[in-house]
Design a protein around this ligand. Structure first.
Ligand SMILES: O=C(O)CCC(=O)C(=O)O
Ligand SMILES: [Fe+2]
Length: 545
């Protein structure tokens, strides 16, 4: 049997001792970390999977719950062994086989020793058992779950986590069997999925229109159910779903006269639950998405000829601020210009920003089509927080450095630059291909609907994005039309212009953040606006500049 009740084999004092010591050691180890949860509670909004920072809180909460459950188990074991002792006491005396029946009654009642024990059992012993149950040991666990209700994950978090796995699988071509065996790109993670886990992912992939992956997960669930002997999920439970999914996919293939692979499907920003069950095909502009995924996998590398003109050099930009410590510039693309500025932030500074941002993270929002309000984004699964120069001195310090390194004004006081946006990507966290410019991608007739403050600041001339962490696997920033692939490197900053000098958007700067496959990803965005750059980056009528 896979799932047996543990009570039968947990009676020995040695076992209890081990459990006690285990809990005690963990209690000491966990105390410090546990404090962290307290600081974060108020800010959590149920989007746990989209930020590693929130997942971390959850990990601490679960450890604390385990500690309480462990104490509960030890306590219950003691109580159960007392009850067992009572029963055994009866079995050894009044409950002996030979006393069963009428003759037994006489033996018990007529025997003063038996009578004494009977009375003793029902007085002292029974009182002892009653006492045991007067205290509610479950209360501590109940209180914990109540106090930390705000950070307990919801069903939506679970959906998000399942979707993240399917998205990772889709982007990085991970096979179901490997994933189900805990293998992520040849890296063994000691996790094994049950048939029930696979069934859950299969249903989820199906509901989100990842039909190919869905069938694979159903098959994996079936094979695991056979192997497990129908314990976590049974073959008969899985089969009807599998059959139904197969029929839907067959019908879909027939209607579209092609293989399913050509209908590589993904959810759009607006994808609500109802949308998710509909078939969605890649439209023309989603060629960017296909290229994006290929780049994320490390495909579409540029040839030596393509990269031969790219330079990497030290420069002080004729700026006294940089004379003693020039910047390390690595050009990644000449036209449009994309560069990495290495070590533009120290490790300590990245840690400070992560620290101040962690308690304030909320799920990333994107502007809706009409630009008036914003909505939770599915195209961007990360959590963000914004910082003005007043919130922390580090913001101004970095602003000055951006100014020196890029020659652009990053002054936030007069909207030359937006507030610093910190983003933390969690499980499978990604950002599908998009442009950073906000105004010029709108049709002329809609531009006057843009918020006045946005018009005052002008569009996003350039992006300076700091990597506040390394990422173990995945999480690169890629430009699908340029085959540029930037691997996050703690302390370095990616820099590119979004606009031509005539103010029009550079369409080839479409870029996205690959899903984080392993580890976590933190970035800090500084979007430099047109306002304030007139003497720094002069206008030009040449549409190619
Ligand atoms: O995280 C990344 O690599 C890219 C983020 C990005 O493009 C954005 O925030 O606009
Ligand atoms: Fe962006």
């Amino acid at each position: 049997m896979v799932f047996t009740s543990s009570s039968d084999n947990m009676q020995s004092p040695i076992h209890l001792l081990r459990l006690f010591s285990l809990i005690f050691v963990r209690l000491i180890l966990l105390q410090d970390n546990w404090q962290l949860i307290g600081q974060h509670v108020g800010s959590v909004n149920g989007d746990i999977f989209s930020s590693t920072s929130h997942l971390q809180n959850l990990m601490y909460l679960e450890r604390h719950l385990i500690m309480s459950l462990g104490k509960y188990v030890v306590n219950m074991e003691q109580k159960l062994s007392k009850i067992r002792r009572y029963i055994e006491g009866w079995e050894a005396t009044a409950g002996r086989d030979e006393f069963v029946g009428t003759y037994g009654e006489e033996e018990i009642i007529g025997n003063p020793l038996q009578a004494f024990q009977l009375v003793k059992r029902l007085t002292i012993d029974w009182r002892g058992i009653n006492e045991l149950f007067k205290q509610d040991q479950w209360q501590e666990v109940r209180k914990l779950t109540h106090d930390y209700k705000a950070i307990m994950p919801t069903d939506d978090d679970l959906h998000g986590a399942a979707l993240a796995i399917v998205r990772l699988q889709d982007t990085y071509n991970l096979t179901n069997t490997e994933l189900a065996n805990g293998i992520i790109q040849e890296h063994a993670t000691h996790i094994t999925m049950t048939a029930r886990d696979c069934l859950y992912l299969a249903k989820h992939a199906f509901n989100n229109a990842y039909y190919g992956h869905s069938l694979d997960w159903f098959e994996e669930a079936l094979s695991r159910a056979y192997k497990e002997g129908n314990t976590t999920a049974s073959v008969s439970e899985i089969q009807p779903f599998y059959k139904m999914a197969t029929q839907v996919v067959d019908q879909f293939k027939k209607e579209n006269e092609g293989s399913l692979d050509t209908y590589h499907i993904y959810m759009e920003a607006s994808g609500s639950r109802e949308h998710s069950t509909k078939f969605r095909m890649l439209e023309d502009d989603n060629e960017d998405y296909r290229r994006f995924q290929a780049l994320c996998r490390g495909e579409r590398q540029r040839s030596a000829k393509d990269t031969s003109k790219l330079k990497c050099y030290l420069t002080h930009n004729n700026n006294p601020y940089l004379y003693l410590q020039p910047i390390k510039l690595e050009v990644q693309n000449i036209d449009p210009y994309i560069a990495i500025i290495h070590n533009l932030m120290t490790e300590k500074e990245t840690a400070t920003i992560r620290e101040i941002a962690a308690p304030l993270l909320t799920r990333a929002r994107v502007q809706t089509d009409n630009g008036t309000s914003d909505m939770i984004s599915k195209t961007r699964t990360s959590q963000t927080a914004w910082f003005s120069p007043e919130t922390h001195p580090i913001v101004t310090r970095i602003n000055k450095r951006i100014d020196a390194a890029t020659g652009l004004s990053a002054d936030m006081t007069d909207s030359h630059c937006e507030l610093m946006q910190v983003a933390n990507y969690g499980m499978g966290g990604h950002y599908t291909p998009h442009y950073d410019y906000l105004i010029v991608d709108r049709p002329e007739e809609e531009r006057d609907q843009v918020d006045e403050r946005e018009l005052y600041a002008g569009d996003r001339t350039a992006t300076v994005m700091f990597y506040l962490s390394d990422v173990i696997r995945g999480g690169s920033t890629v430009f699908p039309r340029l085959n540029v692939h930037l691997k996050p490197e703690l302390g370095s900053a990616a820099f590119w212009y979004n606009l031509y000098k005539n103010g029009e958007g550079i369409i080839d700067t479409v870029h996205g953040a690959c899903p984080v496959l392993m580890g976590e990803k933190w970035v800090a965005n500084f979007w430099i606006r047109e306002r304030g750059q007139f003497s720094r980056r002069r206008c030009s009528l040449n549409p190619k500049e």
